[in-house]
Design a protein around this ligand. Structure first.
Ligand code: ZN
Ligand code: ZN
Length: 890
């Protein structure tokens, strides 16, 4: 739908769509802008243009229109107390990681808190009506503006004023009255300064009018009244109308403080601290002029760098002033903003990575480091995190709990970046020309090279404006799996017996049977879901091989045939299989919470798979698990099993469950139903889950982690077994261990015996010498004697020690003899030669060793009396001996 068309239609009937009671009571005048003809409402008779086209744009910088001054923390207290005193509930912020929507990674607006997707429809669920919420929102598409424009943030606090117009709620008149009084009474802004501009909003098939409110050219908030659905030409009123008023808290603080930028008043003492640390000599009059100029210029140019150049020209800044003051200030603002975003995201369980929403977090951390490097800023990351949390906890006390976790993740991720720099340097040095936006995206996605790094390395002059918006588009929303379409029109919802009495044998009516599929009126067969594999069994005697849910209808896949539609069939669920799957399922819950307790608050279930005899749990974690961590997780899980904690299943209204337990319940992903099933193991683990569970933790008997593996950046897989499979695993493992230790013992025994034999051989040297001296030809205890002159042995009973000692003594006793000992050691054959004093004059030991070693395929040598050598060819031992013998006896 064309927004302009809707606006044209609505503005043609202002009394019907825009004229609220306040305008009438106060005497607001409706005017049309002389520049853009846009309609706006004002009390100022002299005003001729809409706020965007007025001269007063950003004139509050250096000259705030209020007598009171409120920083970020105080501004929220003012807003909150105003709405509470006017009948609103103040609701705590929701996580910035949007666990309740599978089409968003991050919470991008306060209204998202209360949107739940049901099929293709978005419904609103309010914990109170009306309400106000300080919702931290993350947006990554304007990153190049952050720090530069004075007002763009990667995360900001959206003041959400939300209301459903029913018996407790209100509609346009009261909403605008409240917003007007918030500005004028609570913040003390002059009535003349408040301008309401007519606008419209449309999205997700619905639309409505809206009034944006401006002060001094700055849009402070936008009250959207969503009331219609359908096409403009053919629309109807929504059953559930809703007020979505979103206002930027940072701007409320800024307008009362009148600082050069919104950053100066929204990070508490941090900006001043950093300015002093870096030593920027900033003249506030100059900054006021410069940031007013850039604020005005942004409206005129699409490209922020062009706008920046014009602002520099307008204020006449020298290059030295830009380098000394503006660039480092922009760096400080960027760093403060990006750290705040990381604190919220990591506290709420997101991890920097190269997938999904983690992309943006890794990107902004690398921008922080890149900016520090480029500007040579020496800043302490942990100190900055501490200062931010100390300031933010006034409004968001929950951040205190994850202070250390945030530091851990940021330091780990910074280290990774530093380690990857030399690799990135190589990639950058190979670049032949200035990369395009697509090249930049590829460089970041496949090699982790950020444009900030390229800028730091002078490989690009500026980061193209389109880069961040394109990257953020690519990684903004998650993908959903598509399911095969089956002809199931007109069939009623299947009654699910497994949530009730759960009979393993039952009779049911066949509503439809086609191809290999059967639909019954009711079923006890668990359909694949939440990572739990389906039940097997029989329907009318045919094997059930798969079961899936299509919407509310359970479809059974059969093998070997299908029964006729219309008749009754008897069904049997394989209860042994079900039992195995159920034990593995409950074990997944136990392991998930054990992992979080052992590793850190960032651990969430990424996905899970539960079969009859094994299961796996993928968790979000930054590194591969150590043996010690695995042991601790398993130990804690089994301690919980032993405690025999009852597994309680209760049904709650979704909103009630979220308020009672928080968003931790969505471990298995989004639950698209209003009434949700909460599975709790005391406070240890509470999850929204539709799977089958044991009655008490002891029923899973035992949990054994069989293997862990880092399967992608930021995700670790735990493979495990429970119940019978775990008992079997332990038995098998014990048997394996036993077998291993038996083999080890046998080898030790063999070694021991050999050593004993060798020791004995050494002991018998004197006796042996005696014996051989009495023999001239023959064999004496493995020693071959030839012609009383050549003695040799290849027996493996004898070792090096024996040959060296026996040979030496032998040739001393018989100076005309030669001794040749051959033995195996560490896979090679070795040779020891001793020649007696007389013999050695003609037959040198060294020559014999050389010749013998050659035969064995190696080398040898020595002097005339003693030599050694060897080779690898074990089959040539006899040939080697014969060679030596012939050399001695010829
Ligand atoms: Zn205008
Ligand atoms: Zn579960």
């Amino acid at each position: 739908m064309d927004k302009n068309e809707i606006l044209k239609k609505f503005s043609a009937e202002p009394d019907r769509y825009y004229k609220v009671k306040l305008f009438e009571e106060q005497g607001f005048e409706r005017k049309s802008c002389s520049r853009c003809s846009r309609y706006y409402w004002t009390l100022n008779a002299n005003r001729n243009n809409c706020p965007v086209h007025s001269d007063d744009t950003y004139s509050f910088i250096g000259n705030p229109p209020t007598s009171k001054r409120f920083d970020y923390t105080q501004a929220w207290k003012e807003v909150e107390s105003f709405f509470v005193k006017n009948g609103h509930a103040s609701v705590n912020r929701y996580p910035v990681v949007c666990r309740w929507r599978d089409d968003l990674y991050f919470t991008i607006a306060s209204i998202v808190d209360f949107q739940r997707v049901m099929g293709s429809k978005v419904v609103f669920e309010f914990p109170s009506n009306p309400l106000v919420v300080p919702q931290t929102c993350l947006r990554f598409k304007d990153l190049e503006n952050v720090g530069v424009t004075g007002r763009h943030f990667s995360s900001f606090c959206m003041i959400g004023q939300h209301c459903i117009p029913n018996s407790q709620g209100y509609w346009k008149d009261e909403c605008i009255d409240l917003d007007y009084r918030l500005l004028t009474e609570q913040f003390g802004i002059e009535k003349n300064e408040v301008v309401f501009v007519e606008d419209v909003w449309e999205g997700g098939g619905s639309f409505g009018s809206s009034l944006e409110f401006f002060v001094k050219g700055v849009e402070l908030g936008n009250a959207v009244f969503t009331e219609f659905q359908g096409e403009l030409s053919k629309h109807s009123e929504l059953e559930q109308k809703v007020i979505d008023m979103g206002a930027g808290l940072e701007r409320f603080a800024w307008i009362t403080m009148g600082t050069p930028t919104a950053y100066d008043c929204c990070f508490g003492p941090i900006i001043n601290h950093l300015i002093q640390k870096v030593g920027i000599d900033a003249d506030s009059a100059l900054l006021t002029k410069y940031f007013t100029a850039i604020a005005k210029n942004i409206e005129n140019y699409d490209d922020i760098f062009v706008a920046r150049k014009h602002a520099i020209n307008d204020v006449v800044l020298t290059e030295d002033q830009v380098n000394r003051i503006i660039s480092p200030l922009e760096g400080i603002y960027l760093i403060a903003d990006h750290i705040r975003t990381l604190i919220f995201a990591i506290s709420d369980g997101a991890l920097p990575s190269n997938v999904g929403g983690g992309y943006n977090l890794r990107m902004i951390l690398r921008r922080i480091i890149g900016t520090m490097d480029r500007l040579a800023l020496k800043l302490d990351m942990n100190e900055m995190i501490d200062m931010q949390i100390d300031y933010l906890k006034e409004t968001y006390p929950e951040l205190e709990e994850t202070r250390e976790e945030v530091k851990t993740i940021i330091s780990l991720e910074s280290e990774r970046y530093e380690n990857s720099k030399s690799r990135m340097q190589k990639i950058v040095s190979k670049l032949k020309q200035e990369p395009s936006v697509d090249d930049l995206i590829r460089l970041y996605e496949s090699d982790g090279v950020t444009p900030d790094y390229l800028k730091e390395m002078n490989a690009i002059s500026e980061i193209p404006s389109a880069f961040y918006s394109k990257l953020s588009e690519l990684h903004q929303s998650a993908k959903r799996d598509e399911q095969a379409q089956l002809p199931l029109e007109g069939l009623p919802e299947t009654e699910l017996l497994f949530y009730g009495d759960d009979p393993k044998e039952f009779d049911a009516k066949v509503l439809k049977a086609f191809e290999k599929f059967v639909v019954l009126d009711k079923t006890s067969f668990y359909a694949r879901g939440g990572g739990q594999e389906p039940d097997h069994g029989t329907i009318a005697g045919f094997n059930v091989v798969d079961v899936n849910k299509h919407g509310d209808i359970v479809v059974h896949e059969l093998q070997g045939g299908i029964p006729k539609a219309g008749g009754m069939v008897s069904c049997v669920v394989d209860s042994k299989r079900r039992e195995g799957i159920t034990k593995h399922h409950t074990s997944t819950h136990i392991l998930n919470s054990s992992s979080r307790n052992v590793l850190g608050s960032w651990v969430w279930q990424h996905s899970a798979f539960k079969e009859v005899d094994h299961a796996r749990l993928d968790i979000t974690h930054h590194s591969a698990l150590t043996d010690n961590e695995v042991a601790k997780i398993e130990e804690m899980a089994n301690a919980k099993v032993k405690e025999n904690i009852p597994v309680i299943i209760e049904n709650f209204d979704r909103g009630t469950a979220e308020q009672k337990y928080g968003f931790r319940i969505y471990q298995g992903g989004v639950v698209p139903v209003k009434s949700i099933r909460i599975v709790s193991i005391e406070d240890f683990d509470v999850e929204a889950c539709g799977g089958t569970h044991v009655k008490s933790t002891k029923d899973v008997e035992l949990i054994k982690i069989t293997r862990t593996k880092r399967i992608q950046d930021g995700v670790v897989r735990l493979e495990f077994v429970a119940g019978d499979s775990a008992q079997e695993y332990v038995k098998q493992h014990a048997a394996d261990l036993e077998k291993q230790s038996a083999e080890l013992a046998a080898k030790e025994e063999r070694d021991k015996l050999r050593d004993q034999r060798k020791a004995k051989a050494r002991e018998k040297i004197p006796a042996l010498l005696e014996q051989v001296s009495q023999t001239s030809d023959g064999k004496v205890d493995e020693i071959l004697v030839s012609a009383g002159k050549f003695y040799s042995s290849t027996s493996d009973e004898y070792d090096e020690f024996f040959h060296v000692n026996f040979g030496e003594k032998l040739v001393k006793q018989n100076p005309g003899a030669v001794y040749c000992g051959i033995f195996e050691e560490k896979g090679t054959v070795r040779v020891i030669i001793h020649a007696g004093e007389e013999t050695s004059k003609q037959k040198k030991a060294g020559d014999i060793a050389k010749a013998v070693s050659q035969i064995l395929g190696g080398f040898g040598g020595g002097n005339s009396r003693f030599a050694q050598g060897g080779g690898k060819d074990k089959s040539k031992k006899e040939e080697a001996i014969n060679k030596a013998k012939s050399m001695v006896l010829e």
